[in-house]
Design a protein around this ligand. Structure first.
Ligand code: 26Q
Length: 821
């Protein structure tokens, strides 16, 4: 006698089983007799989905009724990974499902593994957005995500003969987590012209006319909070040809091909995620994506606001919009256009509303990643928006002129329009000017943007407009879900799972650092996780790795600034050293498995060369009988969120070794430490704050400081530099063909020896190698190592996205959680 639809989930396994079977037999039109793991996945997902839908509807009704201020998180990327495991844990009924599935003859792990990752993002920025959604729902904030429903997410990576090959990631076949809202559509305009009107009183208005229309269709994804009934909404827009008169006439006239090609052109807008991470390439289709998504989202937000019949002045009291980097900056211009051209507000009144509404988060200082769009392209695609940008710029420069008279250089420096040929629109400047707050994502990064790329704006606006909100991660996915045994062990000491919603409670495990039994269990869990990864490595690469070896992991997008080349040169150095040792000397060594993973942007030649080198080194080292278990080099194909959930809990040490001042924050550093891995890293991004929290004795820091980087580069340019001796030997061995065709790696070597070593690989090589030797030494003192691991985890409370979201809510959004009874 169980309740049919309990609020929180299934009361008994029988209730789950019944729902499961019902979906297999009706929704999927199959029978239990031909139900494989994939069908079992769908059955389980649909059963849980039913529960989510009920809470989702209630949450939306509640939010509409109470009509508190809402947050809208605009991001072109949401790197969600899998949904089922997360849904089961957040609803709190995973064990019930496990038992039910067992009764029916399935292993829950196999069922969960059937799900295709939702990979609508490149890396850190997209995963951060996904962690934010989890925390916003968990903390009961009335919040929506807005993004694009790409037909193809980030490509799948295969390694063929040591080279990266890209395979399209078609993931939408049957996605039980999305709900098409064919009734929620927005017509989005492109091209055409801006037409001037002057009425009898001499009032001048502009109107955007002509061009073409593409339809945006909403697809909604439920976002369940952990331990709460709040289920928020992620709305993704899909593009479709508008079914206007136009097509109909074409079809009628028999112009099928042209009608079909119009349709394809429209659908192309949301077809594919651009695979560049930290690199801007001014492609027209990308700008179309940005406007399509901004315009549809704003239409939706404004429509919702208008239903409440409030005065426009109240808009910023009801709506906070956060811009995830500059990608949605056109939303600023679009809101100004709606208010002035369509709603008839005065410019100044409208602009105050706009600035009060938006906040802008910067994620990079790399010059090649700062978005710029050519003025001619903007004028062609969005003629009225370009005019508005020019006006925003004019009024802004007038203000600056008043404040700093006769500083023409300043005006040229801060102008939204760069006077190049062609002229360019600087999106970051537009985002700063159109927002009331600008934030970086870690302390060092937030300081750097204030003193370098946005220095002039700090002078103009004063320092209060610029703030820091250090990134975090959701402990639900990155501890409880990825590492259930560790989570359980911690819960056993803390008397429950409260730490999952208040991560600072982790400090309670510090008391157990000296508890022998606790340490033993802690170490065993790490070993189990390493065995699971070793199996994955065996299954996917064929290589056998020893789970007692030191697992050294670097997984992230491949980029010169992240310096995977420093890591692989270090590996080669180690290989050469082992080769030169006597058997006696070798006995003293700590066996090590160097594990790499990550995708290179398809057009990023140097990144692809680094992948190639890693794979060639692996081929040689792993097949060298001289070396045995002492060193293995593994490249894990197709690194993604669900692989991270296996890799992160299995690392002894992970590498976060960017050139100081280049990695805005990094978030995988936090994931590794939270899972009991130590890290080796530079004084960069959030590594610095991690060090502050866990103390210097628990982290392996090395390398030059951010403050010295500019000088070093300058010296390289004008005086050159002497190549590190050990690095020179590494290059000799590559050049002599030890790892196959030496020519293949010449450009990589030359970037250091001949082209100024921009990323300071040579400058940091010695201290990197020395620090890695320290890692070996410390790893041999296993007891101390485990103690470091435990006390680091104990001090990671700060890095929860729950803390991050509360900070945004308080200092940028001014929104309150919605109290759920
Ligand atoms: C821009 C223009 C055109 C095409 C693509 C892009 C583009 C796409 C993605 C530019 C940048 C990105 C992604 C940036 C990113 O992931 N940045 C990372 O953000 C993390 C979360 O704040 C930080 O932890 C990382 O340090 C930062 O690199």
């Amino acid at each position: 006698t169980w309740k049919k639809y309990s609020a929180t989930g299934f009361e008994h396994k029988e209730e789950f089983e019944q729902e499961f079977v019902r979906h297999i037999e009706t929704t999927l039109a199959r029978s239990l007799y031909n139900c494989d793991d994939l069908a079992a996945y769908y059955g389980t997902a649909l059963a849980f989905r039913d529960r989510l839908i009920i809470e989702w509807n209630k949450t939306q009704q509640r939010q509409t009724l109470l009509d508190q201020k809402r947050v809208y998180y605009l991001s072109l990327e949401f790197l969600m990974g899998r949904a089922l495991d997360n849904a089961m844990l957040n609803v709190g009924k995973k064990d019930t499902a496990r038992e039910g599935l067992e009764d029916l003859g399935f292993r829950i792990e196999d069922v969960v593994n059937q799900e295709h990752d939702a990979a609508l993002g490149n890396g850190g920025l997209g995963r951060l957005a996904a962690c934010f959604l989890d925390s916003m729902a968990t903390l009961n904030y009335p919040a929506w995500g807005y993004g694009l429903r790409y037909r193809y997410g980030i490509f799948k990576q295969e390694i063929v003969d040591g080279y990266q090959v890209e395979i399209p990631d078609y993931w939408l076949d049957f996605n039980p987590w999305e709900f098409p809202r064919h009734d929620i559509t927005v017509d989005i305009q492109f091209y055409g012209q801006s037409v001037r009107h002057e009425d009898e009183d001499g009032r001048v208005t502009y109107n955007w006319q002509g061009g073409e229309i593409v339809q945006a269709v909403a697809y909604d994804v439920p976002i369940p909070g952990y331990g709460t009934t709040t289920t928020n909404n992620l709305r993704l827009w899909s593009s479709k040809a508008s079914s206007g008169e136009f097509d109909f006439q074409k079809f009628n006239a028999g112009e099928y091909e042209s009608a079909v090609s119009d349709q394809q052109r429209a659908e192309t807008i949301s077809a594919v995620l651009y695979p560049n991470d930290n690199l801007d390439r001014g492609k027209e289709l990308r700008l179309k994506q940005q406007y399509f998504w901004c315009a549809a989202s704003l239409y939706d937000i404004v429509r919702r606001f208008k239903k409440t019949n409030r005065a426009w002045l109240e808009f910023p009291d009801q709506v906070a919009i956060q811009l995830n980097d500059t990608h949605p900056t056109l939303a600023i211009v679009e809101l100004q256009r709606i208010l002035v051209d369509q709603e008839g507000l005065e410019w100044d009144e409208a602009w105050k509303i706009v600035v009060g509404t938006f906040g802008y988060t910067n994620h990079t200082v790399l010059p090649e990643a700062l978005e710029k769009w050519s003025v001619p392209l903007m004028e062609h695609l969005l003629p009225r928006h370009l005019q508005i940008i020019y006006d925003i710029n004019l009024f802004f420069l007038q203000d600056v002129e008043k404040k700093f008279p006769d500083d023409r250089d300043l005006l040229a420096r801060v102008s939204i329009i760069e006077e190049s040929r062609p002229k360019m629109v600087r999106m970051a400047y537009l985002a700063i000017i159109g927002s009331h707050k600008v934030n970086g994502v870690a302390e060092l990064h937030s300081d750097l943007i204030k003193t370098t790329i946005f220095k002039d704006f700090v002078n103009i606006y004063g320092p209060d407009k610029f703030t820091n909100v250090t990134n975090g991660i959701t402990p639900r996915r990155w501890l409880h879900q990825a590492n259930p045994r560790l989570s359980k062990l911690i819960a056993s000491k803390l008397g429950g799972y409260d730490f999952l919603t208040d991560l600072t409670l982790l400090d309670g495990i510090e008391h157990f650092v000296d508890d022998k039994e606790f340490r033993k269990e802690w170490a065993e869990i790490k070993t189990e996780n390493k065995k699971r990864l070793a199996k994955h490595i065996k299954d996917t690469t064929g290589y056998t790795v020893n789970p007692t070896a030191l697992f050294d992991v670097q997984v992230k997008r491949i980029h010169e600034y992240k310096r995977q080349q420093l890591n692989i040169f270090g590996v080669i150095h180690r290989y050469l050293k082992i080769k030169s040792m006597t058997p006696e000397e070798r006995k003293k060594l700590v066996p090590r498995v160097s594990i790499f993973g990550g995708k290179a942007a398809p057009g990023y030649w140097m990144a692809k060369t680094i992948i190639h080198l890693i794979n060639k080194v692996g081929q040689v080292v792993n097949n060298d009988s001289d070396i045995g278990d002492l060193l293995k080099v593994i490249f894990i194909e197709d690194y993604n969120v669900s692989k991270a959930e296996i890799i992160v809990p299995a690392s002894d040490i992970s590498e976060h070794i960017s050139t100081a001042g280049t990695e805005a924050s990094g978030t995988s550093n936090m994931k590794f430490v939270l899972n009991g891995g130590l890290i080796i890293g530079t004084c960069d991004g959030a590594n610095i704050e991690i060090t502050r929290e866990i103390t210097e004795s628990n982290i392996f820091l090395f390398g030059n400081l951010a403050e010295d980087v500019e000088n070093l580069r300058e010296t390289h340019r004008y005086k050159g530099f002497t190549l590190d001796e050990d690095l020179a030997k590494v290059f000799e061995s590559i050049r002599s063909g030890t790892f196959g065709d030496a020519n293949a790696f010449e450009s990589l070597i030359a970037s250091i020896t001949d082209h100024g070593d921009y990323y300071l690989v040579s400058d940091d090589f010695k201290s990197y190698i020395q620090t890695q030797e320290l890692v070996d030494e410390d790893f041999q003192k296993q007891d101390e190592w485990i103690a470091k691991s435990i006390s680091s985890v104990a001090r990671m409370g700060f890095f929860s996205t729950d803390r991050v979201i509360d900070e945004y809510a308080e200092s940028i959004w001014n929104v309150e959680p919605l109290v759920v009874e």
